[in-house]
Design a protein around this ligand. Structure first.
Ligand SMILES: [Fe+2]
Length: 85
C-alpha cells in the first residue's frame, strides 16, 4: 500500500475541515477518520483491496466538508472532486 497517498488524503481532508467557516468543521474530519478505520477493518474481513477502500473512505464526504451547499448532492459532487484530487 502506498502510504503517501493515504497521508496526502488525510492531510487534505483535515486541511479542508479546519478552514474557517466550515459547517462540519473538525467534526467532519473525525467522522471521516472513523469511517476510514472501520473501512480498513472491513477490507480485511472481506479480503478487499485495502488501499482502494481507504482512498474511497477518505474521499466519501469530500464535497460536504469542502462546501456545505453541496450537501444534498454530495455523493455526485464528491465523485467529481475525488477525480480532481
Ligand atoms: Fe460520511
Amino acid at each position: 500500500m502506498r502510504g503517501d497517498i493515504i497521508k496526502y488524503l488525510s492531510d487534505e481532508v483535515k486541511r479542508r475541515c479546519e478552514m474557517s467557516g466550515k459547517f462540519f468543521g473538525i467534526g467532519g474530519f473525525y467522522h471521516i477518520e472513523a469511517v476510514v478505520k472501520n473501512s480498513e477493518l472491513l477490507a480485511d474481513k472481506y479480503n478487499a483491496d485495502k488501499e482502494v477502500v481507504m482512498i474511497a473512505a477518505w474521499l466519501h464526504d469530500i464535497a460536504s466538508v469542502t462546501d456545505y451547499s453541496l450537501y444534498e448532492q454530495h455523493h455526485l459532487y464528491g465523485a467529481e472532486m475525488a477525480n480532481e484530487i
